[in-house]
Design a protein. Structure first.
Length: 204
């Protein structure tokens, strides 16, 4: 499912293009502090077309660290959503998903680059995909593709990610590229925000 060679040949075009066919980038929503963990949900957004999710791949951490990512699942610490059985586990577990769901209905498989799927960090260039091709995990206007639970108040991290999807009922794969960030801004970023606010007050 992972199309590294295809991505390599098209990377320049992907990076240089600000928009992709139907894909509007990733967004992050904070679910708040749950059980002493800061929980974030990452969504893939579309322009509202009839799209079906295929996979996420080439995950690359670009800033910060995933060292503070925490798990709460049956396997004792896996990104595989199939091991998150109970609602209280799902509430503050970290997992990847092809359907926006966890547990038995997650319909998600980790690609071989993920290894066992255990641990805080997603391996460089790893990804996940629709575990039952043909099940048509509809994206709608947005689809949750992962949940990240961090140790409360940790610095978090930023990452790049590529998504594969298609128009429902077709076989041609489309690809989009974007980034997401979870956690509180690093001290340097906080300082820049403070300076921006100060400059804004000076102008007024």
């Amino acid at each position: 499912m992972k199309s590294v060679s295809l991505l390599a040949t098209g990377m320049t075009a992907l990076v240089a293009t600000s928009a992709f066919a139907g894909f509007d980038g990733f967004s992050v929503v904070s679910a708040g502090n749950i059980g002493g963990r800061d929980v974030y949900r990452v969504y893939a957004n579309t322009s509202g077309g009839n799209y079906t999710f295929l996979n996420c791949f080439n995950h690359q951490t670009t800033a910060g660290s995933q060292a503070d990512v925490l798990h709460n699942d049956f396997a004792g610490g896996s990104w595989n959503p199939n091991f998150t059985f109970l609602p209280d586990q799902a509430a503050n577990d970290s997992y990847a998903t092809a359907s926006g769901l966890s547990g038995a209905l997650a319909d998600t498989s980790l690609d071989p680059s993920f290894g066992s799927g255990a641990g805080s960090a997603i391996p460089h260039n790893a990804g996940w995909y629709d575990g039952s091709p043909g099940t048509a995990n509809a994206m709608g206007s947005s689809l949750m593709v992962m949940q990240v639970a961090l140790a409360s108040g940790s610095g978090g991290y930023s990452a790049n990610l590529t998504i594969g999807y298609k128009v429902a009922g077709t076989t041609t794969a489309l690809f989009g590229y974007g980034s997401y960030s979870v956690g509180v801004p690093a001290p340097g970023a906080m300082a820049l925000l403070g300076l921006a606010g100060f400059a804004g007050r000076r102008r007024r």
